[in-house]
Ligand binder design. Structure first.
Ligand SMILES: Nc1ncnc2c1ncn2[C@@H]1O[C@H](COP(=O)(O)OP(=O)(O)OP(=O)(O)O)[C@@H](O)[C@H]1O
Length: 289
């Protein structure tokens, strides 16, 4: 097991102690159009508690758009989002952490002027009463929160095998390490749902394998929605997969069901980018499981 997949250290009320996930995300009949052009048409997807749900499809299929709907970055023109049995109307990105949802976006999005530890502490602010910025300003009431935030952030970095970079600035680190830090920042809030947009981009085979182990490991405490192009990773870690093509949902099911669906292969063969690589990965992904 590599550093990315190390189980978190547990002690007493440590934040990452295992708890049975119960939260379900239901997106039903989601439609989105940009300037009159339909990016998503009547797409439905449910992330079951403690499951990894993959969202795949060729370029331009609508994966990021649906991901952004789940983040509150894109408002659907039709459809419902229900989280923990409550309908989320007018979801905003700023509400996510309070709802127990964390995300990583494409790229890394770390603050260049903050250390790795400080970047991760920002992700933990959901647990702080006084808040990270009070802690940064060293307000007296924030002392206890500051200690707690630091502990949580350090623990998340340990989980990601990135604790040795705690005092470094993101710009000085290799891209794969920056991605680990971004993941630590998402995990430190101990979300009930983790939204991952292309977490494997820029990673080596070994790092991707470790990422897969980490994703499986966190399902003891949260659900995951995974948008990813690397088919072998998707097939290995997902419980269920939804396949989009040109904004339409063309298949849904287990990795084996999706791989056996001719409509899925056809959609990938019609893709004009990475045609051979995607089709070959799709064909071979299950054999790696
Ligand atoms: N902000 C936007 N304005 C206009 N059109 C957009 C916008 N975002 C996405 N689109 C269009 O919506 C469609 C779906 O795009 P989206 O990025 O969701 O696909 P994707 O499956 O994530 O693709 P990729 O795998 O290439 O990232 C595409 O036709 C895209 O051009």
């Amino acid at each position: 097991m590599g550093p990315l997949a190390q189980p978190p250290p547990h002690s007493g009320s440590q934040p990452s102690q295992e708890r049975t996930p119960t939260a379900r995300l239901e997106m039903t009949g989601i439609s989105v159009s940009f300037g009159g052009v339909a990016a998503l048409s009547d797409v439905s997807l449910t992330v079951e508690p403690g499951q990894v749900h993959g969202l795949i499809g060729p370029n331009g299929a609508g994966k990021t758009t649906l991901f952004n709907v789940a983040c509150g970055l894109v408002r659907p023109s039709a459809g419902r989002i229900v989280w923990r049995d409550q309908e989320l109307r007018r979801l905003k990105p700023s509400q996510l952490s309070g709802l127990g949802i964390s995300r990583t976006l494409q790229g890394v999005g770390l603050f260049a002027g903050l250390t790795v530890l400080e970047n991760v502490m920002i992700g933990a602010h959901r647990h702080a009463k006084a808040g990270f910025f009070s802690a940064l300003l060293a307000l007296p009431t924030a002392d206890k929160d500051d200690r707690l935030l630091r502990e949580r952030a350090q623990q998340a970095l340990v989980e990601l095998g990135a604790e040795s970079y705690a005092d470094r600035y993101p710009g000085s680190l290799p891209y794969p390490v920056q991605k680990r830090v971004a993941l630590a920042r998402a995990l430190v809030a101990e979300p009930d749902l983790l939204l991952l947009d292309e977490p494997a981009s820029g990673l080596s085979e070994d790092e991707m394998h470790e990422l897969g182990e980490l994703i499986r490991a966190v399902t003891t405490r949260m659900s995951v929605l995974l948008v990813e192009h690397h088919m072998d990773l998707v097939m290995r870690v997902c419980d269920r997969i939804t396949v989009l093509d040109s904004g339409q949902q063309i298949a849904a099911g287990t990795p084996a069901e999706v791989q056996a669906n001719p409509a899925v292969t056809e959609a990938y063969l019609g893709d004009d980018v990475d045609v051979e690589a995607d089709a070959a990965e799709l064909a071979s992904g299950g054999s790696n499981a």
